[in-house]
Design a protein. Sequence first.
Length: 185
Amino acid sequence: MRASQSARGEGEQLVDQVFDADHEWRLVSAHFEQLRSEQKSLGRRLDGATGEQRQVLLSEAKEISRKVKAAHTSMESAKLQLDGLLSQIPNVIEDAVVAGGQDDYVVLREVGRPRSFAEEGIQARDHLELAESLRAIDMERGAKVAGSRSYFLTGQGAELELALMVMGMRVAIDWLHSDDHTDFG
């Protein structure tokens, strides 16, 4: 994780925070489990107890029950802290990935000649503009219903997504029924 964070140009402090939070969660969890074990043991002793001994054990049981609840709350809090930190760490990248940002990429090879829309007299448009002009996507309604960056696929946009899902299922099913499970192609 440290190498991945460093390759992304991100700080390694988040990794340290994750390890610290994991250590804390493990300590609190072990304490909780120890208290639960004591609580169960006390419960078994309570079954055979009578008279004054039973009253002493009941008092101990109430106290340990309070400690178990507090330890459980601490354990859940530590787990939430750990999960929150883990969710901030991006996917770990492969060692072969070149370090750096968007300006540091390396072209391995070029195949063919890139199309020049300007030479062809075509005004290039981005995917969102194309999809909206084809009424395949509705950003405005999506953002209104589900918040910014949300969208609804409409008409042929919804049909295209469905077709891609069906194709993906067919490829997966064909692969499962084939004898060669080394390649999806």
